[in-house]
Design a protein around this ligand. Structure first.
Ligand SMILES: Cc1cc2nc3c(=O)[nH]c(=O)nc-3n(C[C@H](O)[C@H](O)[C@H](O)COP(=O)(O)OP(=O)(O)OC[C@H]3O[C@@H](n4cnc5c(N)ncnc54)[C@H](O)[C@@H]3O)c2cc1C
Ligand code: FES
Length: 278
């Protein structure tokens, strides 16, 4: 069992939880994720490792309540435990000194960009964070991000804070002011990552995206998370979740995600029986 050490509500539907998972904390690296189950009958849900502390053994997850499992997770409190917390899974982000690195986080996607920004800064890069949110009240981790980067640029769709517009406008503004960007890492909704990749393609900026297809086992066995990257079929759980954004078949990814939407809506109370004796 994995104990909840801390719980905070960061915005109306976004929660941060520190989970006691020393083995995961010991090995975790930026870019990796865990798969958890709230209880024995729960679905497996993948969540990115937003932070880790090797000394205390705590792992931070930041999640948005969108369906039955994340709702169940949000109902738990400090002192409660969850049954499974498997990881770290996936390939770590490639961290190296490149020069100027921009991390672009959209919505809840800001959380996974945080450890990447910190590691890139520690590797000696100039790091600029672009953080996008629909409105000011759902923006997360601004202070945390400021502490590990050289500059933070905020965009809101409604203009309630920072630049009015999308994260792609902020990328363009950096280019327009003469910033020489060596790499961009974009994490957020698929449509956002696609837009950033489209924009940077013509600008010739290498762009890494972190994909979030449906995952079931998280071990490369079920094939649920397959994505087309260039000429190759990849499994996001073991080959990714990060890939070259200019090679990803975003259309295919979006249509595979849509395949399950109606089923999920109908089966909010579905009980996953994989691994149970019945
Ligand atoms: C590598 C990876 C990292 C992720 N990191 C985060 C994170 O840090 N914070 C966060 O809020 N969300 C993250 N997600 C998405 C998160 O897994 C889903 O929001 C969650 O599974 C929803 O479960 P639900 O039962 O509450 O909703 P449901 O009603 O079951 O699903 C709602 C939507 O969530 C997505 N989803 C559902 N099940 C899965 C699954 N098994 N795998 C992938 N997507 C699924 C689908 O798009 C679906 O339409 C990540 C997904 C992946 C693949
Ligand atoms: S989640 Fe099953 S192969 Fe990736």
């Amino acid at each position: 069992m994995f104990k909840i050490l801390k719980k905070e509500e960061w915005s109306p539907s976004v929660f941060a939880m520190e989970i006691e998972a020393p083995r995961v904390a010991k090995k975790a690296q930026a870019g990796q994720f865990i798969v958890l189950r709230v209880d024995e009958k729960g679905e497996r849900i993948p969540l990115t490792i937003a932070d880790f502390n090797r000394e205390t053994g705590a792992v931070l997850i930041v999640f948005q309540v969108i369906g039955a499992s994340t709702m169940k997770l949000a109902e738990l409190n400090v002192g409660d435990s969850i049954v499974d917390f498997v990881g770290p899974l996936g390939q770590p982000s490639e961290i190296e000194k490149l020069g100027t690195v921009v991390v672009v986080g959209g919505g809840i996607g800001v959380a996974p960009t945080y450890p990447i920004a910190r590691a890139m800064k520690e590797a000696g890069n100039k790091v600029i964070a672009i953080m996008g949110a629909k409105t000011k009240d759902i923006l997360i981790m601004e202070e945390e991000m400021k502490a590990v980067t050289d500059e933070v640029v905020v965009t809101t769709d409604d203009g309630s804070y920072g630049i009015k517009g999308f994260v792609t406008n902020a990328v363009q503004a950096l280019v327009d002011r003469g910033e020489k960007i060596d790499q961009i890492t974009a994490i957020g909704p698929v449509i956002m990552m696609k837009s950033v990749a489209d924009a940077t393609h013509d600008l010739g900026i290498r762009t890494i995206v972190s994909l979030n297809p449906i995952m079931v086992d998280g071990t490369g066995m079920c094939g649920g998370c397959r994505v087309q990257v260039g000429d190759e079929t990849k499994f996001a759980c073991v080959d990714g979740p990060e890939f070259d954004g200019h090679l990803v078949d975003f259309k295919g990814l979006m249509s595979r995600q849509r395949m399950y939407r109606d089923l999920e809506a109908q089966e909010k109370d579905h009980v996953c029986n994989i691994g149970l004796d019945r």
